[in-house]
Write a new protein. Structure first.
Length: 183
C-alpha cells in the first residue's frame, strides 16, 4: 500500500492533474543551411542540431524539405515543395549535452529556377508516449543564374586545330635547341 501511495504521489501534480514524473521532450531543434545564396546547379544541404531529453530509444528521424517562395508569419512555407531528402535517423547522441548534428543529403539545384526558396526540417518524434514531433524555423536561401563551374577548357576549333599549330612549333623549338647545342 505504501508503494502504491508513493507511485501515486509521483504521478499527481498540482491541482490533482496527472502528469508523468519526467517528460519526453525536444530540448532544442535548430538548423543551418549550407548557403544563403547559390548559383543554379550548385549542390546544397541543410544541417540540424537536435537535443532531446534523456529518456531512451526510439529516437525518430529528421526529414528536410525545400519549398519555393518564403515563409508566412506562422512559419509555414508559402510555395511549392520541390525537394524532399531521405530521412536521417536520430541517434542516442541527441540526448547528450548540446545534442547532435544531422545533415541532409546534398542535392543539386540543376533545373531549378532562379528565385527564393526555404529549407524546412521536420523531426518525426518517436511515436505515442515518446518524443514529440517538431519543426524547425524556415531557412531562406536564393538561387541565381550564374556562370558554369570551371571545368576542362574548350578550344573553339577543336583539339585537331590545336595540335596542328602546336606540333610545328615544337619541331621549330627542338631544331633551334639542337642547332645551339652543336655550336
Amino acid at each position: 500500500m505504501l508503494a502504491t501511495l508513493g507511485l501515486l504521489s509521483l504521478l499527481v501534480g498540482v491541482g490533482g492533474v496527472v502528469a508523468p514524473v519526467f517528460a519526453w521532450h525536444v530540448v532544442s531543434f535548430t538548423t543551418t543551411a549550407s548557403t544563403t545564396s547559390a548559383a543554379i546547379g550548385t549542390g546544397i544541404h541543410d544541417t540540424a542540431t537536435l537535443q532531446l531529453s534523456n529518456n531512451g530509444a526510439p529516437y525518430g528521424s529528421i526529414t528536410y524539405y525545400v519549398y519555393t517562395g518564403t515563409c508566412n508569419a506562422q512559419g509555414n512555407p508559402t510555395g511549392t515543395l520541390v525537394y524532399t531528402s531521405p530521412s536521417v535517423a536520430v541517434t542516442s547522441a541527441a540526448t547528450g549535452a548540446g545534442g547532435a548534428t544531422y545533415q541532409s543529403a546534398t542535392t543539386s539545384t540543376t533545373g531549378w529556377a532562379a528565385g527564393s526558396y526555404v529549407w524546412v526540417a521536420k523531426y518525426s518524434g518517436s511515436g505515442v508516449n515518446g518524443y514529440p514531433a517538431a519543426t524547425a524555423a524556415c531557412e531562406p536561401f536564393s538561387l541565381f543564374q550564374g556562370p558554369p563551374p570551371p571545368g576542362v577548357p574548350e578550344f573553339p576549333l577543336g583539339l585537331a586545330a590545336l595540335m596542328a599549330l602546336a606540333i610545328p612549333v615544337l619541331f621549330i623549338v627542338k631544331s633551334k635547341n639542337a642547332a645551339q647545342a652543336t655550336q
